[in-house]
Design a protein around this ligand. Structure first.
Ligand SMILES: Nc1ncnc2c1ncn2[C@@H]1O[C@H](COP(=O)(O)OP(=O)(O)OP(=O)(O)O)[C@@H](O)[C@H]1O
Ligand SMILES: [Mg+2]
Length: 320
């Protein structure tokens, strides 16, 4: 995979359109060479756009390249302004043709395809048995089960010369398996991304049911007698402030996020992975997007995902 961010794809159509990631985390998402990259963790950070634009770097030039981008349900794929709609703002510029029945785009000159898939039911994953998919994208990863995600790794392979890779976007969900998967990148107390760890690469191998992680793949080699190449993973946090295109076009959207309930605002605007509604507990992360105490109660989830003990002076943290 190239390390260049550019899917700056110029078309011959008039007027000329250039597609490129925005500076900041969206560019980092296009630059990463990780096998698995997870992007976002807040609303409006340009997640869906990034997921759809990412495979364009190979789609016209590498015969046999292609991808599938999943949302949990077909309704979600087809929602107004959702994945299918968004693809019409990108793919026609490359001369691609859509097929609504198959939820698929075919790109010249090699007839490479990008498909929009869904996995409504747990077992739907087996519909993909035998498939070979160089690029797998997951929009809103927390909506999928861990089994679905890891099963599809077995379908992530390629003979076209492009190293197979997985890209995913997500909003925070304290109860999701994704919260555990990216725990290293998230501050255990505040629930916010750790700035110095953004875009940093980690490696894992699975032994039995357990994932073993390290910062250097060499550390994992003895665990598998050098037989398994560890998978590289990164998390690249982004929020609405990283999407100036959206904020320029729709300045009112920020006010919409500020108008959310406290829990939702902490999650979707602040990118907080440790917050969920509960009664009788108050937690407002220091430096988070919530600047005032509020009557709505927020709770923090411990690093293991279990709910904390009832509120006491010792375990309640409120930003001043
Ligand atoms: N690099 C880009 N070039 C052009 N438009 C962009 C780019 N990145 C994002 N946008 C636009 O910003 C808007 C919001 O982006 P997008 O829908 O990808 O955000 P999101 O993070 O998926 O939002 P949500 O949290 O609601 O799912 C869209 O209209 C999209 O087309
Ligand atoms: Mg989206």
């Amino acid at each position: 995979m190239t390390t260049e961010p550019a899917i700056s794809t110029e078309t011959s159509a008039e007027p000329q359109i250039v597609l490129r990631p925005q500076p900041g985390p969206q560019t980092d998402f296009f630059r990463t060479t990780a096998d698995i990259a997870i992007y976002g963790g807040a609303a409006g950070g340009g997640k869906t756009w990034a997921l759809e634009a990412e495979p364009l770097r190979y789609i016209q030039t590498v015969p046999g390249f292609g991808g599938v981008i999943f949302r949990r349900t077909s309704v979600m794929v087809l929602n107004k302004g959702g994945m299918w709609d968004e693809s019409f703002t990108i793919y026609p510029h490359l001369g691609a043709e859509s097929n609504l029945t198959r939820l698929e785009w075919t790109f010249p000159p090699h007839n490479n395809r990008i498909r929009f898939g869904h996995m409504e039911h747990e077992k739907t994953r087996f519909d993909w048995q035998g498939a070979q998919i160089p690029y797998i994208g997951w929009d809103e990863l927390t909506h999928f089960t861990e089994e679905q995600f890891f099963y599809m790794l077995s379908r992530n392979r390629s003979t076209c010369g492009v190293k197979p890779y997985v890209r995913a976007t997500t909003n925070p969900d304290a109860d999701s398996w994704v919260a555990n998967f990216i725990a290293w990148w998230i501050h255990p107390e505040t629930g916010l991304p750790i700035a110095e760890r953004a875009s940093k690469m980690r490696y894992f191998v699975r032994l039995g049911d357990q994932l073993h992680w390290a910062s250097d793949p060499k550390e994992l080699a003895p665990l598998t007698d050098n037989k398994i190449v560890p998978k590289s993973v990164t998390f690249i946090p982004a929020n609405v402030h990283d999407n100036t295109i959206l904020l320029d076009k729709d300045p009112g959207y920020l006010a919409n996020l500020h108008a959310l309930s406290n829990v939702e605002r902490e999650r979707l605007l602040g990118g907080n992975w440790k917050i969920r509604p509960a009664s009788g507990l108050v937690f407002i992360a220091p430096g988070s997007s919530t600047s005032m105490r509020s009557p709505t109660t927020l709770s923090r989830v411990s690093a293991t995902g279990t709910r904390r003990a009832p509120k006491t002076a010792a375990n309640t943290h409120v930003a001043s």
